[in-house]
Write a new protein. Structure first.
Lengths: 367, 324
């Protein structure tokens, strides 16, 4: 019996031709290609280290791992220019590393430490780096989709030639806020690119059991008179080529795109997903790992292209592992935020000098 | 001094800020070509054009969230909710995103957005359109809540709200839009978080916000004329931040307090004020603090009962006389 994923892949009218020859990929120098591979490896080794820290009891709450999906975040972000912005949901570590955030500040954030990217106030789901055009890291399914629209609205309002890549999962496509955003994006010609990272499961519920659609989820865009496309997320060349098309549409025509990228997560919805091996078969997971692992595939491609060797790959991998281990050490050794800092970073004016008057926090007992 | 209606004062305040700052954008349902469902933005689209005055589809979660996103980068959207009751349609955006994105980013982001609209009952539009969510919103750290009672305050506070670097949720009242007050020609600001003693008195402090202030002032006249009771009326103007000092100062003077608001009683704004008075002016009190709120049922449609449900002059007088 075919798996859900097989059926979905078959139904989709994705081009099977190679994307290595697309202009955006042809222009890549060997060093650029190695960097793409390295960035994917860094994500995986960071996530593995995070999982270890979680199982060791050092990270609390939710931990949504990105392992298996690496080519999506790294590939899409790799084609962004200086006025292109990124916002995503709670599976946000790869995007953070992709825009250039450090492993140390990200790991420390998950440890709840003062040195974390959000000073320990956000956690795994809420990484931010506005100075790197990265606007989070959002915990509510679909809740970031109007925000991404607003980021792109700002760019258009200011006359900047840029776009916002706004990511969501396949489980978010049924949220009202997302549909409202699609309508506004198309109605007002907002340069936003909605990227559905379709890993086949909204938590433990398969795509087929969550969403009513014809052919694919992205086709829903037709109802909003919006361009759409589908993409195989294990091929970083294809991810880059299709993202580039959407970015050009945003930059040149100020038109939005709905891009559905098929991918797969090896771990559960979160580490706390008790049923991660019950709602899908072990064979399905193994099959993807064997035939579509994005890192293995790209490494093989680069070796075939003569850009990479096994030895060079091994060196990059060791380096990524060491970087992740150092991040863990940094997080472990960092201090927790002070109780006094709990009431900082809430109101801009409290942090910068009051502009209003009156009492703004209301605890009877003082810390 | 010239007279302006509450809606004209709001319009003038917003217009001044549009002219002052190119990042100010007015958005909402019917705010542009239709000239505003309650005519607050009348004439603004003709004057300022499509870029600054933007009609949105009926899509509160979408356009409010969009405004919040744009504010993260520095736009100053002034979003109109046709009724503040529609905040619940945009609740995730207004409560989760606008309030917490600063905190969750460790202070890297702020949202200089204003979300304004009428938050009141009393107009026969039933339970879905008569909510007063100032208490619920003021419960959320990161948000500010402002409820002006007069045209003067509406103009001065909308200008402060637009210049504020944090999200300000600005609650108006459809029953005040057509009322007139003195508003000076020259520019002024009313600071957020500063209460205003609208009437001085020595026997009883009535603490209120929004239209309840106007009702309290009317009640105070009758109480003075018919019951020889000299009432002080404190207008909170801002719920969060809260001017505790002005409230306490008044209570220290009168030794009696009646807190009036249009919230339902449970966890309404009055509960917070009442707690403040008992905890910081307990020894000053000659009687327990009294609260007057809307009757604890969904907003009723039937006109005579709706008049009874929300605070009115008669209910305020009765409550004032019952303070021991």
């Amino acid at each position: 019996m075919p798996t859900t994923l097989d059926v979905k892949m078959k139904e989709k009218k994705t081009s099977q031709e190679g994307f290595a020859t697309a202009a955006v990929n042809q222009s890549l120098k060997p060093a650029d290609k190695i960097r793409l591979l390295r960035d994917m490896i860094r994500v995986r080794r960071f996530e593995e280290r995070s999982l270890k820290a979680y199982t060791d009891g050092n990270i609390a709450g939710f931990l949504h791992l990105y392992i298996g999906q690496e080519a999506v975040a790294i590939g899409t972000i790799s084609v962004c220019g200086k006025n292109d912005h990124v916002i995503t949901a709670y599976r946000d570590h790869a995007h953070a590393l992709g825009v250039g955030m450090g492993m140390g500040e990200c790991m420390a954030e998950m440890y709840g430490k003062a040195t974390g990217c959000s000073k320990g106030k956000g956690g795994s789901m809420h990484f931010f780096a506005p100075e790197k055009n990265y606007w989070g890291g959002h915990g509510i399914v679909g809740g970031q989709t109007p925000l991404g629209l607003g980021i792109a609205y700002y760019l258009k309002y200011k006359g900047l030639k840029g776009a916002c890549l706004c990511y969501l999962g396949d489980g978010a496509v049924n949220q009202g806020a997302f549909h409202e955003s699609l309508n506004l994006a198309s109605l007002w010609n907002i340069p936003v690119v909605y990227i559905i990272e379709n890993n086949g499961y909204s938590m433990g519920t398969s795509e087929a059991r969550s969403s009513a659609f014809r052919d694919c989820l992205a086709k829903r865009a037709e109802g909003y008179n919006m361009d759409w496309d589908v993409c195989l997320g294990h091929d970083i060349y294809e991810v880059r080529a299709k993202t580039q098309e959407a970015l050009i549409r945003a930059h040149e025509k100020s038109r939005p795109t709905l891009l559905e990228i098929d991918t797969y997560r090896y771990e559960g919805h979160s580490v706390a997903d008790a049923n991660k091996k019950k709602y899908r078969s072990p064979e399905e997971i193994e099959e993807y790992k064997k035939t579509k692992d994005p890192i293995f595939l790209f490494k093989s491609k680069l070796i075939a292209e003569g850009v990479m060797t096994e030895e060079a790959y091994e060196a990059i991998d060791q380096e990524a592992k060491a970087e992740a281990a150092a991040a863990e050490k940094f997080a472990e050794e960092s201090p927790y935020p002070t109780p006094e800092s709990m009431q900082e970073d809430i109101y801009w004016e409290v942090d910068h000098g009051r502009t209003s008057q009156g009492r703004i926090f209301f605890n009877d007992d003082e810390l | 001094m010239r007279k302006l209606t509450y809606r004209e004062a709001l319009r003038e305040g917003m217009s001044e800020e549009i002219e002052r700052d190119e990042n100010v954008v007015i958005m909402g349902e019917e705010v542009a070509q239709y000239n505003g469902a309650y005519k607050v933005t009348e004439g603004m689209w003709a004057k300022y054009g499509d870029k600054r005055i933007v009609d949105t589809p009926i899509s509160e979660a979408g356009f409010i969230g969009m405004g919040i996103g744009a504010s993260m980068l520095g736009l100053r959207p002034v979003m109109e909710l046709m009724f503040y009751s529609f905040a619940y349609v945009a609740w995730d955006q207004m409560i989760n995103n606008a309030s917490a994105v600063r905190y969750m980013s460790g202070g890297k982001i702020n949202c200089p957005i204003v979300i304004r609209g009428p938050a009141n009952g009393g107009t026969g539009v039933g339970a879905t359109h008569s909510h007063t969510p100032e208490n619920a919103i003021a419960n959320v750290p990161g948000l500010k809540v402002v409820c002006p009672a007069t045209a003067y305050d509406a103009k001065g506070l909308i200008k402060s709200a637009i210049r504020d670097n944090d999200p300000v949720y600005f609650m108006e009242n459809t029953m005040l839009y057509g009322e007139t007050w003195d508003v000076p020609e020259e520019e002024y600001l009313v600071p957020i978080g500063k209460a205003d003693v609208k009437r001085e008195g020595k026997d009883l402090s009535i603490i209120a916000h929004g239209r309840c202030v106007i009702l309290a002032l009317k009640a105070a006249e009758i109480l003075a004329a018919e019951h020889d009771l000299d009432v002080e009326v404190v207008d909170l103007r801002s719920i969060r931040p809260l001017d505790e000092e002005t409230i306490l100062e008044s209570v220290r003077k009168t030794h009696r307090a009646l807190v009036v608001d249009e919230n339902k009683p449970f966890c309404g704004v009055g509960a917070q004020i009442s707690h403040l008075i008992q905890s910081k002016a307990f020894d000053e009190l000659d009687a327990p603090v009294k609260r007057l709120s809307s009757i604890d049922c969904p907003a009723i449609y039937s006109a005579p009962l709706e008049k009874l449900q929300i605070p009115n002059v008669d209910r305020i007088i009765k409550a004032a006389l019952s303070v021991g």
